[in-house]
Design a protein. Structure first.
Length: 702
């Protein structure tokens, strides 16, 4: 709850966090990945946006820019799985830049210097800054922090100054995007006639009975399909069956998991080191030198938990004792030594409900105090602290029951800290506490504790030895060298007793092969150098070496019958079944007579089917059938058999209740306009991206 004491220490982090939020805004939370396309003839081209080639060098620079933002935001280098997201953000940013900049120029949209100043230090400070510079006690924006931060930039290092300049550029880009989106969103308009139709669709109700006949009532064997029918169907419905870049491969995996001998060696080494740790006089230096984890010497503060693998084996750890080795869930061996236990700065835990009074006069404060005391009385009577915190709390802790976590006395303003640390028992403090931020109801959940524990952690990974890895590589390399083509690949694997595994319909952007993680190198080869019948070199994955062979590849575009034969057959079969079912229903005048023809048919009574509906309860998505029911002229009439993806439906209209006329349709107009405006940002992005004809070849490189 204390204010930030050294704003400069947080400059890089703050800039990074804000940048991350703006990036997500500019790219759009629902943004879909761009479609892949045919391979580029230029090996250095990673894609095409609005007719402009994107080079590998240009894209790599953008990736590095976003990687730097990640490091500023998190304080660490992104892992390979995290780099997937970093690369995608960089690519989407390049799309946004090229697609929208031209639109801004056409419309003459700009952000002036005065406007930018107002955004970062004036009366209209951008939400991204407001969200990051928050007083932790009140949960409100603290302009003092912003002023301190901007003043610190004058003496900040060049990297921080450059980071802020980049931040201001992001602010400007975000403001341009808001102007552009608002320009189109506010032009959204729906007429009175459209509002009447919306009202009619929402309030016209049918009492209907619906016969549902699933396709399986006709056995597949009773339907004869000719090749020419499949060809004709695919020709008429190409849009349903467009395919992306995909491939089928076979591969042999050579495990590099630790052998039994490897396990014995690690256990033996661990036992030796554990004995040395027991008598070590400098535990910190010992575990730093011998442990395989990043932070092997830690201090456990009051409220922090000891490692689960220690507490699950030892009830009361004693200073100076070593415990272990134990096997962890991450396949490591670990030994703990309690280096020291001592009394330090006390820490406690509490929850609070803040009733803010900043900026109020005495009368306003008195009213707030009265409200706080009323809530306190209710909590005393009913014990609903967490619920009250959620309802009345005015800071960020409200959403988690007011919990403040563990804290030291110096972390709080003095009146709050004095009241909390003076508590003799857990529970609700009897009176509200006033601070400069307002009135607090406080519940002590853990009394002050001053016990600190210094813990030395000796941990060794159970991994494959060099001998095990070398043996696996020799086998894989020998197999790859002897398998010049797919036939030899199959023959050699069979001869040596290696299991051939299959991975089908691999997407060009995939990163895994079945259960093999981080197999991106293999997939890049498949969609690059790989060709049907070709055998790869040896690839090293996390826990195995892999040799692959391409069975087949598909390129994006119109589907060939051999690529989608199964799906096309299903559609043609369903059409023929629909005709056969309709023929057997011909001449029947009631739903009951029709159901008698097919024992698996089901009649559902729907008393409140609305014209705006697209799903029939108990049946599924059936918009054509619903439309047919509302198209009937009189009660008792039946629809013709309607073919849906789920089966055949016949509807009977029992009664129709038309919508009533109302005097004013403006509420429907407003609702439709609001809904349209909310969709506008996403629709704009999709439309412009489609017009830009984005082609993505990155799967050739990453």
């Amino acid at each position: 709850m204390a204010l930030i004491k050294q704003i400069r220490q947080r400059t890089g982090l703050m800039i990074g966090v804000i940048a991350g939020g703006l990036i997500l805004f500019l790219l759009g939370g629902d943004l879909l990945s761009p479609n892949s396309s045919l391979l580029s003839s230029n090996k250095n081209i990673v894609g095409e946006i609005a007719g402009e080639d994107i080079t590998l060098e240009e894209y790599s620079l953008k990736v590095e820019e976003f990687k730097g933002m990640f490091q500023q935001r998190t304080g660490r280098i992104p892992s390979e799985p995290e780099m997937v997201s970093v690369r995608e953000q960089a690519w989407q940013a390049m799309i946004v830049e090229r697609v929208f900049d031209e639109e801004y120029q056409k419309l003459g949209l700009t952000v002036s210097s005065a406007e930018l100043v107002d955004m970062v230090q004036g009366k209209n400070i951008v939400p991204e800054l407001r969200a990051q510079l928050v007083n932790p006690q009140t949960g409100q924006f603290d302009k003092n922090q912003l002023i301190a931060f901007l003043q610190s930039l004058e003496t900040a290092d060049p990297a921080q100054q450059a980071g802020w300049a980049q931040q201001e550029q992001l602010f400007a880009q975000a403001r341009l995007r808001i102007k552009y989106d608002n320009l189109l969103a506010t032009s959204e308009y729906f007429t009175t006639a459209e509002a009447k139709l919306e009202h009619k669709a929402a309030n016209t109700i049918a009492d209907a009975s619906i016969l549902y006949i699933p396709y399986y009532v006709i056995p597949d064997g009773d339907v004869k399909i000719e090749e020419k029918e499949l060809i004709a169907y695919l020709s008429k419905n190409q849009d349903k069956f467009r395919v992306g870049n995909s491939a089928n491969i076979e591969y042999v995996s050579f495990s590099i998991l630790p052998s039994g001998q490897d396990s014995l060696e690690v256990i033996s080494r661990m036992n030796e080191l554990t004995e040395e740790l027991k008598t070590s006089e400098n535990d910190s230096a010992f575990v730093s030198r011998n442990s395989e984890i990043q932070n092997p010497f830690i201090t456990i503060r009051p409220g922090d938990l000891l490692p689960a693998s220690l507490t699950s084996n030892v009830a009361e750890p004693v200073k100076g004792q070593a415990y272990g080795p134990y096997v962890t869930a991450n396949s490591t061996y670990v030994t703990y030594k309690i280096t020291d236990q001592y009394d330090g700065t006390p820490r406690m835990r509490a929850s609070h409900i803040l009733f803010g009074t900043e900026g109020m006069d005495d009368a306003g404060k008195a009213a707030v105090k009265s409200q706080a005391e009323g809530v306190l009385a209710d909590i005393k009577a009913n014990g609903n602290f967490a619920q009250a915190a959620s309802q009345y709390g005015q800071d960020g802790t409200a959403q988690n029951g007011g919990d403040l976590g563990w804290f030291a006395k110096a972390d709080f303003v003095e009146p709050f800290a004095n009241a909390a640390f003076a508590a003799k028992s857990k529970g609700l403090l009897p009176n509200v506490v006033e601070t400069e931020y307002g009135y607090h109801i406080i519940e002590v959940t853990e009394l002050p504790n001053s016990r600190y524990t210094k813990l030395a952690v000796l941990e060794l990974e159970l991994g494959a030895s060099d001998a095990t890895r070398n043996e696996a590589f020799r086998n894989a390399d020998s197999f790859a060298a002897e398998s010049g083509n797919r036939n030899e690949f199959t023959a050699n694997a069979t001869d040596k007793g290696y299991r051939i595994l299959q991975a089908n319909n691999i997407d060009a952007t995939s990163r895994n092969l079945n259960n093999l993680q981080n197999a991106r190198e293999v997939i890049i080869w498949v969609f690059g150098e790989g060709a049907p019948g070709k055998v790869s070199k040896v690839f090293e994955l996390d826990n195995s070496y892999v040799v692959a062979s391409v069975v087949s590849k598909k390129q994006e575009g119109k589907a060939k019958l051999e690529d989608v034969r199964e799906q096309v057959e299903q559609q043609v079969r369903n059409e023929k079944k629909a005709a056969m079912i309709a023929e057997k229903l011909a001449g029947k005048t009631t739903l009951e007579e029709m159901k008698a023809v097919f024992a698996d048919g089901v009649i559902n009574d729907i008393p409140d089917l609305r014209l705006s509906a697209s799903v029939i309860p108990g049946v599924g998505f059936a918009p054509k059938a619903i439309g047919s029911i509302f198209g009937l002229k009189a009660s008792g009439q039946l629809t013709k058999p309607v073919q849906e993806d789920i089966g055949i439906l016949v509807g009977r209209l029992n009664n129709l209740t038309p919508s009533t006329e109302i005097g004013d349709y403006t509420s429907y107009q407003a609702q439709m306009s609001q809904s349209g405006s909310q969709r506008m940002t996403y629709q704009i992005m999709m439309a412009l991206q489609d017009l830009a004809d984005v082609k993505d070849y990155r799967y050739k490189f990453y």
